[in-house]
Design a protein around this ligand. Structure first.
Ligand code: F6R
Ligand code: ZN
Length: 217
């Protein structure tokens, strides 16, 4: 058997990522076996795929207190979270990975969070906590589940459960996501059906309340 090369692979990276691009544009299939390096201090993956930045203005309709959301947009439109991905594309049978970092903060008392989505092609996904303190909120349309996420925790998202991540600490919360490349992402589902619960800052802790207007606890 010939030795396995651990040197730099020709990843056939076609071009630089641009906002709004589809993740499947970044690699030519089939992707070769590769090693992907994660620099925790820099929050980067190498070789790098697309990067996404979500500002407050990208989170329209997601915080319960819309006035507080508008004020936050007008008041500097801060970055709420960013997502860096490896070169593994969102293509059927591939297994893409990404690192999400959510900044600490709250708007109208609601902790900063990701948009949240459902995978239209129902498939499972795992998250691994890397740094900070967060949570994984899951909703299947009826039941809601919450998994506390600290460094080293693996959160499992079963097929058919919409999911959102929340930073409940005072520092950035980062986690690794690994998911089936053919699962797709449906953000409209969450706008329509919600995520079962909202996650509120309460004194030094966390409180949960119902999702829609009657909700705050
Ligand atoms: C992929 C996945 C994560 C999220 C990321 C950003 O299936 O669950 O990589 O995509 O945490 O959250 P959203 O996509 O909800 O903006
Ligand atoms: Zn997902």
């Amino acid at each position: 058997m010939s030795p396995v090369s651990t040197g730099t692979l020709d990843l056939q990276h076609r071009r630089c990522p641009e906002p709004g691009d589809d993740l499947s544009d970044y690699s030519v299939l089939p992707v070769p076996p590769m090693s992907i390096r994660f620099d925790q201090a820099a929050g980067t993956l190498s070789p790098a795929g697309p990067e996404l930045t979500r500002r407050m203005s990208d989170l329209e309709g997601l915080f319960l207190d819309q006035n507080a959301w508008r004020t936050a947009v007008a008041d500097g439109d801060p970055i709420v979270y960013s997502v860096v991905s490896s070169l593994v594309p969102e293509a059927d049978r591939e297994l893409p990975q990404s690192i999400t970092t959510i900044q600490p903060g709250s708007t109208g008392g609601e902790f900063w969070m990701t948009k949240g989505h459902q995978h239209p092609n129902h498939q499972g996904e795992i998250y691994l906590g890397i740094s900070g303190r967060g949570g994984l909120l899951m909703f299947d349309g009826t039941d809601t589940r919450w998994v506390d996420m600290t460094p080293g925790t693996i959160g499992y998202i079963p097929p058919g459960w919409a999911h959102r991540s929340v930073n409940v600490g005072g520092k950035p919360y980062s986690f690794l996501a690994v998911y089936p490349g053919g699962a797709g992402h449906d953000y409209g589902w969450v706008l329509e059906y919600g995520l079962g619960q909202r996650v509120w800052r309460q004194d030094d802790g966390v409180a949960f309340g119902g999702y829609f207007a009657e909700a705050s606890s």
